[in-house]
Write a protein of this length. Structure first.
Length: 130
């Protein structure tokens, strides 16, 4: 897959497409075009989107095939949504709470936090948001 350049290779500035040409009849059109939201994504993100589409949008299937956790894939999908400008930059309070809970559970899974400590942290998170 080859995508259009979105940054100047010389200085790193934004690029603007100003000319397109038909490969069949050689018609040239000059105008100002902005790159699409997919063109602005890095290669790793585009590969993630490809895998997401291959799994028909099923993050649990992606998790099973890739070995990554569902929550890690969900966080990556949220990053893609934000990068494409399809959601506000600041996650809503409910999303922030869910992310904090996931982080606590991940620490338990990795053995960095005892289950009793995690229960206390999760209880305090719930109390803060009531």
């Amino acid at each position: 897959m080859r995508k259009l350049l979105e940054r100047c290779p010389n200085c790193g500035g934004d690029l603007e497409i100003t000319e397109v040409r038909c490969t069949q009849c050689d018609t040239t059109i000059r105008a100002h075009y902005a790159p699409c939201s997919f063109c602005r994504l890095d290669e790793q993100t585009l590969l993630f989107i490809q895998e997401f589409m291959r799994s028909r949008g099923n993050l649990r299937e992606m998790a099973r095939e890739s070995g990554e956790s569902y929550w890690a894939l969900r966080a990556r999908l949220n990053e893609v949504v934000r990068a494409m400008g399809l959601e506000a930059e600041e996650p809503e309070e409910e999303d922030q709470l869910a992310e904090k809970r996931r982080e606590v559970l991940l620490q338990v899974q990795q053995g960095k936090l005892a289950a009793s400590e995690a229960a206390a942290v999760l209880a305090s998170l719930s109390a803060e948001n009531e």
